[in-house]
Each structure stands twice: as structure tokens, then as C-alpha cells.
Design a protein around this ligand. Structure first.
Ligand code: UDP
Length: 325
């Protein structure tokens, strides 16, 4: 199978490329390397290019044949999306349209899209299933939801079939220790806490202690990046089997508070982790937990590393490799 992975040099994309390579796929990665790393592409060809460059896209599709396109490249910071929405609508929406248009032109009709729990906005009930109302509360979430809606229209009009996967909190690292999270700047909780453990940072600030949860800190559904990759692989099979557009929420269905995450990190690393209790971060709901039963039932997806302890162990293995200690 010939697969184009846009954003394949990034965190989740690079884990996907490894899985595709192991499954014997012919992989092409298209990535502008603005945040990705060339050395994270363990299989296939890396073509450095930007989705804004329609000529580069045209050339890519003229010279190569693809059975399916996977799209991981996007801007992901909620706060930045509020300060600079233009960047989000351009990178996440307009550039995705460039990709879809070149696909339609070259008759490539299968697409896997990295969506997010942020499309739901403030949870109206928990856990969140696929039917939950979509009322994103920031430009990041809106840009992703707009793509999902565009995909429905492209299916109706052009027969482009897509599977959108809405990630809850992607985390962890390749169990073999070859890949992991290398965001710059890093904003995600688990790598930040682990960077305190390696001495890269002095402390971790907990954003808010007055949420409506048992210990007052936010609850999230942390899902291992290798389990996410496997869900994508199963989604490709689903797309070829039924040729129907579908949407799935991906999480473990179990929530952990920020405090619990820090406690497990202490346990795994056996390091002292100084904690500062700070103000809330804007736009953080109390609880975000996925109802991922649809993915389990329809895709046959079963997370291999649902325990937060193993997720953090893999992330720690990676963090030690990158930052020493
Ligand atoms: N968080 C925190 N301190 C940090 C980074 C994150 O308390 O330095 C909290 C954040 O408020 C949220 C949870 O950790 O409740 C997970 O945040 P992260 O940025 O990792 O993922 P997000 O939920 O934003 O996708």
C-alpha cells in the first residue's frame, strides 16, 4: 500500500510512519520540518515541503501514486490560536484544503485526518461520544471542526472518503525507545513534568486547583501514541473495506487528574518534582474523557498500553535518552 503521511516527521506522525513501515507499506512523508525532525522519519522517503506551496503539492501528486493520505500536520496550541487565529485558519484549514484539492484532482479518494477533542468545546456530558455537540471554544478547535465539515462536503460532492480521529491527550513514546515527544516549545503536561525530573526545568506549575474534580485539578484522558497509531492503521483497513466516511473519538475512557499525573511521574522517575500551584489556564474544561467504544467496536481497536504508568514509563525512557540522566 502506498501511503502519503503529511506531518510524518512530527510526534504522532513519526510513530505512525514507523508502524506503516513495519506493516510493509510504501511510505512518503511530506513535512515542512517547522516542528518535525528529519531523523524521526524511520521509514520511507522524506520530502521537505509545505502545504501552502500548491506547486510542490502538484509535483508530489504528479510524480507519485498514493492509495491513502494521512494528515498530521497542524498547529496545536490553544492559547496561540486565540492570539493569532489567522495562523490557525491558514495552517489547519486553508492548507488542508490545498491538500484535499490536489487529492481530488489526482483521484486519490482516501483520507485519514488528525482531529481533536477540542472540537467539542465545553463538555455537556462525560464521557464524550461521537454524537456530543460540536461547539469549539477556540480557533484551534474551530479550525479542526471546519475541516471535518469540509470533509463531509467533499465526500458528498467528490466522493472523497475520510476517517477523522479525534484525539484526547496523546502522550507516551515508542516502547522501543526510538521515537518520542520533541516539541519546541514543549507545553504538554507529561513531558514537562519529566523534564523537571531530568533537571531540564526547575518545577512544574499546576494550572488551577479549584476545578470541580476530586483533588481540584483538571482531569484528562491520556492515550498512548502507539495505541493512537494502531487506531489509524485500523482506520485505513476500515476505509478500504467499507469505503465510507466515519468519525471516531480516541481515548482510554479513563480520566487522571493533573495531580495524579505528577504523582505517577514521581513514582516512575523516583525523582523529586517541585510543584507550583498556579492560576487556571484559559479554556481548560474540568473533565475531558472519551467514550471510545465506537472505535473499539467498529475498528476492533484495543489499546495495548492503557495504564498511565506504562505511558509514563515509555515517555521517561525517551526523556532520559534525549535529555540525559
Ligand atoms: N497542565 C498543567 N501545567 C502545565 C501544562 C499542562 O497543569 O504546565 C494541565 C493543563 O491545564 C491540562 C492538563 O495539564 O489540564 C493537560 O494539558 P496538556 O497541555 O498536556 O494537554 P491539553 O489538554 O491542553 O491537550
Amino acid at each position: 500500500m502506498k501511503v502519503l503521511v503529511v506531518g510524518g516527521a512530527g510526534y504522532i506522525g513519526s510513530h505512525m510512519v514507523k508502524l506503516l513501515g513495519q506493516q510493509g507499506c510504501d511510505v512518503t512523508v511530506f513535512d515542512n520540518l517547522s516542528f518535525g525532525h528529519a531523523d524521526a522519519v524511520l521509514f520511507g522517503d522524506l520530502i521537505v515541503g509545505d502545504l501552502a506551496d500548491t506547486e510542490a503539492l502538484e509535483q508530489l501528486f504528479e510524480t507519485r501514486i498514493f492509495d491513502v493520505v494521512m494528515h498530521f500536520a497542524s498547529s496545536i496550541l490553544v492559547g496561540e490560536s486565540v492570539a493569532d487565529p489567522a495562523k490557525y485558519y491558514r495552517n489547519n484549514f486553508a492548507n488542508t484544503q490545498n491538500l484535499l484539492d490536489v487529492m481530488v484532482k489526482h483521484d486519490v479518494k482516501h483520507f485519514i485526518f488528525s482531529s481533536t477533542a477540542a472540537i467539542f468545546g465545553e463538555p455537556q456530558y462525560t464521557p464524550i461520544d461521537e454524537q456530543h455537540p460540536k461547539q469549539p471554544i477556540n480557533p484551534y478547535g474551530r479550525s479542526k471542526w471546519m475541516v471535518e465539515q469540509m470533509l463531509e462536503d467533499y465526500d458528498r460532492a467528490y466522493g472523497l472518503k475520510s476517517i477523522c480521529l479525534r484525539y484526547f491527550n496523546a502522550c507516551g513514546a515508542d516502547p522501543d525507545g526510538e521515537l518520542g515527544e520533541r516539541h519546541d516549545p514543549e507545553t504538554h503536561l507529561i513531558p514537562l513534568v519529566l523534564q523537571v525530573a531530568t533537571g531540564q526545568r526547575r518545577d512544574i506549575t499546576v494550572f488551577g486547583q479549584d476545578y470541580d474534580t476530586q483533588d481540584g485539578t483538571c482531569i484528562r484522558d491520556y492515550i498512548h501514541v502507539s495505541d493512537l497509531s494502531m487506531a489509524h492503521w485500523l482506520a485505513i483497513q476500515e476505509l478500504f473495506r467499507y469505503n465510507q466516511s466515519k468519525r471516531f473519538n480516541l481515548g482510554n475512557g479513563q480520566g487522571f487528574s493533573v495531580q495524579q499525573v505528577i504523582d505517577i511521574c514521581k513514582d516512575v522517575t523516583q525523582k523529586n518534582i517541585p510543584v507550583i500551584y498556579g492560576a487556571r489556564r484559559e479554556g481548560d474544561p474540568d473533565v475531558l474523557v472519551a467514550d471510545a467504544r465506537l472505535a473499539q467496536n467498529e475498528l476492533g481497536w484495543q489499546p495495548k498500553y492503557p495504564a498511565l504508568q506504562s505511558i509514563i514509563e515509555h515517555a521517561w525512557q525517551w526523556e532520559k535518552k534525549v535529555h540525559g540522566k
